[in-house]
Design a binder for this molecule. Structure first.
Ligand SMILES: [Zn+2]
Length: 508
């Protein structure tokens, strides 16, 4: 998979020096072209656009594309932005992704993108450029590592964005966006690859080299070291695997050490058979369970970006890594295990292992690093997919401010979150019969996405915490604009935006 180079150039009259000019239009532009666009495409082409659009019944819906020859081999490509009254940055991302994919299908080596002068609601040119580059760079992604035909696949080499002002802020925003998209695409690669390769050992190696490359602190607890320190839940889940379970901790200190860090915890189940409560084979999702480490991939990407973007935050990333498989040493349904924080947990079902590994990781971080907040990211429940499908992630939180900051970031990035009610009735569902807690409620078919959150809350030591269930959003059966089939990298842009927009922190 190759992504094109993305560059900026000044919006001048008559740019047709690349292989194609991509003109982004609202339906309103088809009758009378936006003055900014008209200036770039020139009078003759402005008229032809109107004629072509009418002849082809072109409606300029979001991402809707149409092309015609301008002169020689040069193409004019119209890509719709939808009605201008609902114009948003998300429409820019989607339209840009479709534009790039059309360029590649048409074997166009280089193109200039031009937009109407009117900006999306409440957005600046800088944000438009970021959104467009996300559409292009995330939209170019395909997991084709194992496809022999990928070698011969055509890739567009250069996309230029024509803008009014080549300001330093715009240039910086594009640079940042390119780093973010590269990290999202790397996370997608890690999600999509074979679980025999992306195993617990591999995640540790990758984290170690990430730390070395970006001056992060790296530490790991592995196998029996986990049980020796009392992280018995994490140890139990992973103990049947040929690769011992691990708690991998990456630290980025970008602000004064007096400021308490933010902790992010990612679920890293490199393959989830379900354990002794084996997942069903027929009609099940066993073949997708290499994606159960998505949370860990997201947290690694966020740590890398914190360092690359020099974010002025302190950030601890913990990966709770294990392979949930079956052998004579597997942990068993009905067993009662003591968690790191001393609570006893009955294993009602070995397939509800995500909440067990996260529980130990969170309470361990709470004790060792005293974070100001904890955010966990996990492909946690089928229940969240029943509720939201592939489109929205569930948010469970014990803190309104944290939940609001995350929701705001979700609105800016369009990595959508919806907060679920954490009320006492769900907390009651986590009580065990023979133990303090059970890893499933009384009827796991009902409300499990929230019950799982209520379970995790028991391991937060009262620290402001938010749980993001990405079981639906982290993987897709088919492409949707800039989100490919398979691993989506959902959460990286959301969490980086959240970190960039944090209110100033007080010292501890
Ligand atoms: Zn499971």
């Amino acid at each position: 998979m190759k992504t094109p180079r993305v560059e900026l150039r000044r919006r001048t009259t008559g740019i047709h020096d690349r292989d194609a000019t991509v003109v982004f239009v609202h339906p309103e532009d088809l009758k009378k072209l936006d003055p900014g666009l008209a200036r770039v495409v020139g009078a003759e082409l402005t008229e032809r656009i109107a004629t072509f659009a009418a002849a082809r019944a072109y409606k300029a819906g979001v991402g809707e594309a149409m092309y015609f020859p301008t002169h020689d081999s040069h193409l004019t490509i119209l890509v719709g932005l939808g009605a201008s009254k609902s114009y948003s940055l998300e429409f820019v991302r989607r339209a840009s992704a479709n534009a790039l994919r059309l360029l590649e299908r048409m074997r166009v080596a280089s193109a200039v993108f031009v937009w109407p002068t009117r900006l999306p609601k409440r957005a600046s040119q800088v944000e438009l450029v970021s959104a467009a580059s996300e559409g292009v760079l995330l939209g170019a992604y395909e997991f084709d590592k194992y496809q022999s035909s990928a070698k011969n696949k055509f890739s567009t080499g250069l996309v230029e964005f024509a803008v009014d002002k080549l300001s330093a802020t715009t240039k910086k925003a594009l640079q940042e966006s390119m780093l973010i998209c590269a990290a999202v695409n790397e996370a997608r690669d890690m999600q999509n690859d074979n679980s025999d390769d992306v195993n617990p050992e591999h995640l540790a190696k990758q984290s170690k080299s990430l730390a070395a490359a970006h001056k992060l602190t790296y530490s790991v607890l592995s196998g029996k070291e986990l049980s020796a320190r009392g992280l018995n839940l994490l140890h139990a889940v992973g103990r049947a695997s040929q690769w011992p379970p691990k708690l991998i901790v990456l630290e980025y200190w970008g602000a004064s050490k007096k400021i308490a860090p933010i902790a992010m915890v990612g679920k890293g189940i490199t393959f989830d058979t379900g354990g002794v409560n084996l997942k069903p084979s027929a009609g099940g999702q066993l073949h997708e369970m290499h994606l159960d480490m998505s949370g860990a991939a997201i947290v690694m990407a966020v740590l890398k970006l914190a360092a690359q973007l020099k974010l002025r935050v302190n950030l601890i990333g913990a990966l709770a890594v294990a392979e949930n498989v079956i052998d004579s040493n597997s942990y068993k349904p009905g067993s009662i295990i003591r968690a790191f924080n001393g609570k006893t947990v009955e294993v009602a079902n070995t397939d509800a292992e995500g909440r067990l590994v996260l529980a130990d990781a969170m309470s361990y971080l709470a004790a060792t690093h005293k974070p100001s907040s904890i955010i966990d990211v996990a492909t946690l429940t089928g229940s969240i997919m029943v509720t939201f499908g592939y489109h929205v992630a569930g948010l469970v939180s014990n803190n309104d401010t944290l939940a609001r900051n995350l929701t705001n970031a979700s609105q800016r990035t369009d990595e959508r979150l919806w907060r679920l009610p954490l009320i006492d009735e769900y907390r009651a569902e986590t009580h065990g019969k023979r133990s303090d807690l059970s890893n499933l409620g009384s009827n796991p078919r009902y409300g499990d996405a929230i019950v799982a959150g209520a379970f995790l809350e028991q391991f937060t030591a009262g620290i402001p915490w938010a749980h993001i269930d990405i079981a639906g959003t982290s993987m897709r059966p088919v492409r949707n604009y800039y989100n490919p089939a398979g691993g989506t990298g959902f959460g990286v842009r959301l969490l980086v935006d959240f970190l960039k927009n944090l209110p100033a922190r007080k010292s501890r």
